[in-house]
Design a protein around this ligand. Structure first.
Ligand SMILES: *Cc1c(COP(=O)(O)O)cnc(C)c1O
Length: 227
């Protein structure tokens, strides 16, 4: 399959999931998780109509950002983020998916203020409570959210998660549902509207959409196995 055919294939799966769950496909953004994917390939997917790409290493993002400057790519950052690297992301990415601690929120606030912008972010939640995973624990989410509300140059648009890897995507469903419930709870408690749930990867994004995902982060199924 060529790039455009693969993109159309993934889009058709997104549409089917939306139909199954009575959702509007316009509500779901397909993000190409493009780590290790060469700039020329990213360019081809862009020309096929994929506009949003996410990188999870700052250095790799910067290289691709420069190489593909002429394209109107909507870059997101989806990996764990060291505080001292925040300054490179401001003005380059429209959304940081991985806010997971107050010190990082403070740094984003500082850098965004200096740049005169409001940086959109998602709070990453470790829904499976796994030792190895980034993200706040569910029981610490409320505090980080409340803290972030008081930072004027940072705007929390929703939540992101990387659930435990389970071969059967149906087994992942409860973790997606949990993230949705956590979002609903914040909305009720703080009287806010949170637009995004960033959840679902190649093997489980159809289930994530059924559970309310608004951004699915797909790598392998679009770009092939990473080597
Ligand atoms: C690599 C990556 C993905 C995509 O994973 P695939 O299984 O290849 O679709 C999604 N989210 C994050 C944070 C990633 O690092």
């Amino acid at each position: 399959m060529g790039e455009c055919a693969r993109l159309e294939y993934v889009r058709s799966l997104i549409e089917e999931s939306c139909v199954r769950s009575g959702r509007d496909p316009e509500e779901v953004t397909l993000l190409g998780a493009s780590k290790t994917v060469k700039p020329e390939i990213i360019r081809r997917f862009f020309e096929c109509g994929l506009k949003t790409f996410g990188e999870n290493r700052v250095q790799e993002l910067l290289e691709k950002y420069d190489r593909l400057k002429g394209l109107n790519i909507d870059w997101h950052f989806i990996g764990s983020l060291q505080t001292n690297k925040v300054k490179y992301l401001i003005d380059r990415v429209s959304l940081i998916h991985s806010l997971d601690r107050k010190s990082l929120a403070d740094e984003i606030q500082k850098r965004a203020q200096r740049a005169g912008i409001v940086q959109d972010v998602l709070i990453e939640v470790n829904v499976g409570d796994e030792e190895s995973k980034a993200g706040v624990k569910p029981e610490e989410l409320r505090e980080l959210f409340e803290y972030s509300l008081n930072l004027p140059n940072l705007k929390v648009l929703g939540l992101m998660t990387i659930p435990p890897y389970l071969p059967d995507p149906e087994e992942v469903r409860p973790f997606f549902a949990k993230l949705r419930k956590l979002k609903n709870r914040l909305e009720e408690e703080f009287g806010v509207n949170l637009k995004h749930l960033s959840m679902g990867m190649s093997h489980d994004f159809t289930v994530a959409i059924e559970e309310g995902a608004t951004i699915v982060r797909v790598g392998t199924l679009l770009f092939g196995e990473r080597t």
